[in-house]
Write a protein that binds this ligand. Structure first.
Ligand code: SF4
Length: 446
């Protein structure tokens, strides 16, 4: 078999796309190698959400150019959002590249490799798929390419929201949902192949089914439908958009046992003027009202979010509002970033007027605030038993520990070895300590 080396940057959508490409390539005669030097094909699945990801790609290809010089038969490809956005321009900047595929061409990966091998000419396929429907066909003789107990299942792609700072609508196109029956079939196949947890994926999962489906199904109905499939032990989804949260979706948390008690709901800011400039489409009060309803119905819900600091025009007072807001909601974790303008977005036209040292200082204060909240949220698990879905082993200072996650999305570590515990097992763990974003404890012998 030939070998493919893959590097994935960015969000879980990219991880899912890489898994899909790995599967398609496997059926095309490539197995994955962790060693770039052994590869016949190098793939970098890119992200363009943050400036840092872009810089990482240029330095990565700078480093691997010599491999191509030593092995002219080596094929190198770049996929993902940066490929979508910058297409031809990237070929000029990285001349060792053989092909560039946008996210709508994930399914074409074997064809692209074949074409490059045959013609020896570089190619760029980054046009959007104009088909009305979003479909991911099953692969004949499909096998999972990893043994992780959680399986990502794409339910919707693209985004219609056009937040002023975000490139996603430009790189992933408009919202398109997959037919529910196709999703149910994929979930059944994943369960048959060993998945215990299903993670529904999309830029805006809760915009699912709003239009374009032959058989209309709303997001909450999809959740109930998946929960009825035998063998699904846990159900999660990411990422959701506050403006698309419905009362029915909130009710599903209380109704569906296997729907985890965790919601990731990006807020971005805790100040209404900044939210408006970001074109988020909701106010702080509306966000808080959703959370209030959810906490009333599902008191042990854990919440996480995304926060951007230093958005153009953000004052000290407006930034302080964000810290107060985070404390009010008591998020258990957050993805926190300094604002950086992304070319082609409306916000790139705004004056990026918050000085870098101020952005950095605000980010530091946001991280400190989140660390306090994380410690506080973690303490409520002390002395309690939590259900952990085991993901695998880790080694900490010479000691082997098992690692897994609770339904609340807390990473949990406990002593044990793979002789006793397997990925995919559910184990009760008594929590003894909170260390950063992880719970530590002992497996409860039953
Ligand atoms: S909702 Fe806003 S931030 Fe989220 S993907 Fe769409 S445009 Fe980007």
């Amino acid at each position: 078999m030939k070998q493919v080396y893959m590097d994935t940057l960015g969000c879980q959508m990219n991880v899912a796309d890489s898994d899909r490409m790995e599967l398609l390539l496997f059926h095309f005669g490539y197995s994955r190698t962790p060693h770039m030097e052994d590869a016949d094909l190098i793939l970098v699945n890119t992200c363009s959400i943050r400036e840092k990801a872009e810089q990482k790609i240029f330095s990565l290809f700078g480093g691997i150019k010599s491999l191509k010089e030593a092995n002219p038969g080596l094929v190198m490809g770049l996929t993902g959002c940066l490929a979508q956005q910058d297409g031809e321009r990237l070929l000029k900047r990285i001349p060792c590249l053989d092909f560039i595929l946008g996210p709508d061409h994930v399914e074409d990966i074997p064809l692209a490799v074949d074409r490059v091998l045959e013609t020896k000419k570089p190619l760029v396929w980054n046009d959007f798929d104009n088909k009305k429907n979003y479909s991911i066909p099953p692969v004949t003789g499909q096998g999972r390419t990893n043994s992780h107990p959680s399986a990502f299942v794409n339910i919707i792609k693209g985004c219609d929201k056009f937040c002023s700072f975000c490139v996603v609508p430009f790189t992933r196109g408009r919202e398109k949902s997959r037919e529910a029956n196709e999703i149910y079939d994929e979930v059944r196949a994943q369960v048959e192949q060993g998945a215990k947890e299903i993670i529904l994926l999309g830029q805006n999962v809760n915009a699912y089914g709003k239009r374009g489906l032959k058989t209309p199904v709303a997001f909450h109905q999809l959740l109930y439908g998946i929960a009825r499939i035998p063998g699904v032990k846990r159900l999660r989804f990411t990422t959701s958009y506050p403006g698309d949260v419905t009362q029915e979706m909130l009710a599903a948390y209380a109704d569906i046992d296997i729907l985890v008690n965790h919601l990731h709901l990006p807020a971005q800011s805790g100040n209404n003027r900044v939210l408006e400039a970001m074109r988020r489409g909701n106010t702080v009060e509306e966000y808080l009202a959703l959370i209030e309803t959810l906490k009333t119905r599902t008191p042990d819900i854990e919440l996480s979010t995304d926060i951007i600091v230093g958005f153009p025009g953000e004052t000290d007072r407006e930034f302080e509002d964000t810290l107060r807001f985070m404390e009010q909601v008591e998020f258990s974790s957050s993805y926190m970033f300094c604002y950086s303008p992304r070319p082609g977005t409306p916000a790139a036209e705004f004056q990026d007027d918050v000085p870098e040292p101020v952005k950095k200082e605000r980010l530091q204060r946001t991280i400190e605030c989140q660390n306090r909240l994380t410690a506080m949220r973690g303490e409520k698990f002390l002395g309690k038993e939590v259900d952990v879905l085991i993901e695998g082993e880790i080694n900490r200072q010479g000691t082997t520990l098992m690692k897994g996650r609770t339904p609340h999305y807390w990473q949990t570590h406990f002593p044990g070895t793979a002789n006793r515990f397997q990925p995919g097992d559910f184990v009760k763990v008594r929590v003894e300590k909170v260390a950063g974003h992880a719970l530590k404890g002992q497996a409860v012998v039953q």
